[in-house]
Design a protein. Structure first.
Length: 607
């Protein structure tokens, strides 16, 4: 029989609850799964049974009438101890991501996991043999079975809230869920206790009430952004609306800096400077690139941390988050078509927040915000003299194109000059070994578009170079769309490119065409830029209307190559060779272009 996770999406949704709870080995009861899904227990129990039959879940009866379910590390469950086999109790506890410990029938601690010892500041050896009752402030505890004791617990779980006194004397409010574990003689492990920190604002509220609150917040935010006329206004409304919702404590929006691959805050609400205090990267090779935000940017999918205390990927920011009471977080990409406009960073004081249903709601919000920003910028472009600026990035560009080892250094491509017949001259500067990157591109047999290069001048810190391109895919696509390159950089082998496109351009088509040549190229930023107004009566459009293509190419290539500097970086003969024309023709084009532009300038002033 085919796996039910393949046959029906409801089974994938059910398995996602186990992933959200901590992944393989984390035991859940039928009521816990039902509450997370918002589905009645009988229906959920039938799903769980079928998943267990298909090998997607393991299950075991506990107590007199209870049952727990957990995900094995693979479909056949091999390699994972039975979470309620009393023999490997320590292995069972370490499989639970939350703080947990085991007790015998009289409530004496027999073992504890590392998460418990780290969170509550206990030495494991000193903890064993302690009466669990002594660790809890029983005066603050609510009514229920004695803490740690298994007698009288015959349901699927028994749950109590207590103030647990840690090794440093600090009392921490926790919810203790007890799972009975049957033994033969009553002297071994009799119960396993999972602890979750209680929160001030939403612990006593049902998942349904929280979900309702999130839905109401999303509706209010959508209503607010409909009246916003700027991107900044939309982002402000989103962060404010989320931070004011009872379900959340703080929100901020970040955008990618394609040069240093970090996330920079644009607006925040409720986080008391948290956004400025943290450093987040989108580079997967760094520790600060492993968290939810970095993953969300790379995958364009909502990524969550349901337990900031226990999740190892959140370690770089854990102290700052705990100081502000954050217990869970989510990173929601703001995406429309292929463009990533930024990421919503969202935090809750609830441990275990962002279940499947809640993730779906905030993901939909990210999509709505992306559409709103795209629509607003499109309207502004139609009503004003603006350009659309798109930033692209390709990690390990040099390695992928040349099939070679990475090269350190910086090569900045500052100006690109079309000279006809699909040929372009690119002028730029290289430093810290960046000229080797240009040399590698030209020598690569797999990259025939990089035809040749020449070093025009060298000083103490950098080299000024000219690079010849033959039918380069990116330049051709942008030119056909009526756009232009603003800048490009190769930094330690990674490429970042900024292009300008006219309002109303089919950006998705442009991006797809560029990705056909460079599959790893991805859009990172999108902004509206106002065209620079002429500072004098001289109209820069004359470069297009008064000059022929050859005259403009000669003038621009000479300017970029340093022909007009004193002393000259390049001679007329050298520039002419780059343009594949005679020196006499080059000088004729330059003189004619100069005369036409000067005529326009002085005739305009005289009039």
């Amino acid at each position: 029989m085919a796996s039910p996770t393949v046959e029906d999406g409801i089974y994938a949704e059910t398995l996602a609850v186990f992933e959200s709870a901590g992944g393989d080995g984390e035991p859940l009861t039928t009521p816990e799964v039902a509450d997370a899904l918002g589905v009645d227990r009988r229906t959920v129990y039938a799903r769980l049974e079928r998943l267990a039959d298909a090998g997607e879940l393991n299950t075991k009866k506990v107590g007199a009438g209870g049952r727990v379910w957990w995900r094995p590390p693979d479909s056949d469950g091999a390699g994972r101890p039975d979470p309620f086999d009393p023999d490997p109790a320590s292995a069972v506890l370490e499989a639970i991501c939350h703080p947990a410990l085991a007790t015998d029938a009289s409530g004496v601690v027999t073992c504890a996991n590392e998460a418990f010892c780290e969170r509550f500041d206990f030495e494991r050896d000193a903890l064993v043999g302690t009466d669990f009752e002594r660790l809890a402030d029983t005066e603050a505890a609510d009514e229920g079975p004695a803490i740690g004791r298994s007698d009288g617990v015959d349901a699927e779980t028994a749950s109590r809230r207590v103030d647990l006194v840690g090794g440093d004397g600090t009392a921490v409010p926790v919810d203790v869920s007890t799972f009975p574990a049957s033994t033969d003689d009553g002297t071994g492990t009799a119960a396993i206790h999972r602890l979750r920190e209680a929160t001030d604002r939403t612990d006593d509220r049902s998942e349904f009430a929280i979900r309702t609150d999130v839905q109401a917040a999303v509706i209010d935010i959508v209503d607010s952004i409909l009246s916003c006329t700027t991107r900044a206004g939309i982002e402000e409304a989103v962060c404010t609306g989320l931070a004011e919702a009872d379900a959340y404590a703080a929100a901020w929006i970040a955008e990618v800096d394609p040069d240093d691959q970090t996330l920079n805050p644009r607006v925040e609400a409720g986080s008391s400077g948290y956004a400025d205090a943290v450093e987040i990267s989108i580079d997967p090779s760094t520790e600060i690139g492993q968290g939810p935000a970095g993953r969300a940017v790379r995958t364009r999918e909502t990524c969550v941390c349901r337990d900031i205390v226990a999740d190892p990927t959140f370690e770089p920011w854990r102290a700052l988050a705990r100081d502000r009471g954050f217990r869970s977080g989510a990173a929601v990409p703001i995406v429309h078509d292929p463009t990533l406009y930024g990421t919503i960073m969202l935090y809750a004081t609830r441990e275990g927040a962002f279940d499947v249903a809640e993730r779906r709601l905030v993901t939909q919000l990210g999509e709505i915000v992306g559409y709103a920003i795209a629509t607003t910028e499109r309207k502004r472009a139609m009503l004003s003299d603006e350009l659309v600026e798109i930033g692209y990035r390709s990690r390990r560009f040099l390695e992928r194109v040349t099939d070679g080892d990475p090269v350190d250094g910086v090569a900045e491509l500052e100006r690109i000059v079309p000279v006809g017949d699909g040929t372009y001259l690119v002028y730029g500067r290289a430093r810290s070994g960046g000229i080797e990157a240009i040399d590698r591109l030209v020598e690569a047999e797999s990259a025939p578009q990089f035809d040749d290069y020449a070093v025009l001048s060298v000083d103490e810190t950098e080299s000024h170079f000219e690079l010849r391109l033959a039918d380069p895919p990116m330049a051709c696509v942008v030119s056909e769309a009526g756009g232009s390159f603003e800048a490009a950089r190769i930094v330690d082998g990674d490429l970042s490119v900024t292009v300008h496109l006219p309002p109303g351009s089919d950006i998705q088509r442009v991006t797809s065409a560029m990705q056909a040549a460079y599959p790893h190229l991805e859009p990172i930023t999108r902004k509206q830029r106002t065209r620079r107004a002429p500072e004098t009566a001289f109209d820069a459009s004359l470069l297009e209307t008064a000059l022929t293509d050859r005259q403009r190419a000669a003038l621009e290539a000479g300017y970029a190559a340093g022909f007009f500097e004193w002393p000259r970086d390049s001679s007329g003969k050298e520039v002419a060779a780059s343009l594949d024309i005679s020196p006499a023709t080059f000088h004729q084009h330059v003189r004619t272009a100069e005369r036409k532009l000067l005529d326009e300038l002085f005739d305009d002033r005289a009039g």
